[in-house]
Design a protein around this ligand. Structure first.
Ligand SMILES: Cc1cc2c(cc1C)N(C[C@H](O)[C@H](O)[C@H](O)COP(=O)(O)O)c1[nH]c(=O)[nH]c(=O)c1N2
Length: 238
């Protein structure tokens, strides 16, 4: 295979399958990718009521569907929830679980927790439940020894959607405060299908400049250098 990848856009062949150019993006495109990453936010309160343009939604779903997946399993489904009745039931499940959650934090944090807005289920015009079909594709290449890889693949799809949404001016908020069996029942999700993400989705005009939890004093971004090890767990360069 050596020597097959050439600069430029002309596809070349390794004799079996086509290869295409994989050099760096131009400056503006590269900056746009990093800008989407840096300015992606978890949105809770800033959703506008405007319905999502169907073409934009199709692009978001297509971005999600182009995520990497173990053995190309593509285990995801996207359950689009627009009905206010359905979302009200999910919201009620959130409210119940959120009251329990508040009690789990110590006195110092509990008051702040209760002030945080942790979902936009009713404010966002669209909710998306992203699921993982744990049996899709039978025995899956790359999952033979690590069964959770289908779940990780589905999270990759969520991240693709989230970043594409940022580029479209569409906000996404991930809600994970609910009892899974309750959500499963409301959405009639069968056994064998895992719920990976519940997302609130809608247009936004403004958003927090930094993670809302950091701005509100809940928790700050960790220094990256503390998280990077060399060669062995816990070993830092030096
Ligand atoms: C798996 C998972 C689950 C949740 C979240 C995220 C992820 C990845 N986040 C959003 C989370 O609070 C947020 O990503 C961080 O605070 C960082 O902020 P930005 O996403 O950078 O704005 C989140 N936020 C929230 O308000 N309610 C929630 O239940 C959850 N649940």
């Amino acid at each position: 295979m050596a020597g097959l990848i050439r600069a430029g856009d002309t596809p070349v062949s390794d004799g079996e399958v086509e290869l295409t150019a994989a050099g760096p993006f131009g400056d503006a495109d590269r900056a746009a990718v990093y800008r989407a990453i840096a300015t992606r936010r978890d949105i809770r309160s800033e959703f506008l009521p405007d319905p999502i343009d169907p073409a934009a939604l199709a692009r978001l779903l297509d971005a999600a569907h182009h995520a990497p997946s173990v053995g190309f399993m593509q285990p995801w489904n996207f359950l689009l929830l627009r009905s206010i009745e359905t979302r009200a039931r999910v919201h009620a499940a959130f409210v119940r679980a959120n009251a329990e959650a508040a009690d789990l934090f110590g006195d110092a944090k509990q008051a702040l927790y209760r002030q945080l807005k942790l979902e936009g289920i009713l404010k966002a015009p669209l909710n998306i439940c992203v699921t993982c079909d744990r049996a899709r594709g039978g025995t899956v290449l790359g999952r033979t020894h690590n069964a959770e890889m289908d779940l990780y693949s589905t999270v990759c799809a969520v991240q693709n959607l989230w970043l594409a949404a940022r580029a479209e001016g569409i906000g996404v908020g991930w809600v994970s405060i609910y009892h899974e069996p309750e959500l499963r029942k409301i959405l009639e999700i069968p056994a064998g299908i895992a719920i990976v993400a519940y997302l609130c989705v809608g247009h936004v005009a403004r958003q927090h400049a930094e993670p809302e939890l950091a701005a509100k004093g809940w928790r700050q971004r960790l220094p990256l250098e503390d998280l990077v090890f060399e060669e062995r767990w816990g070993q830092r360069q030096g």
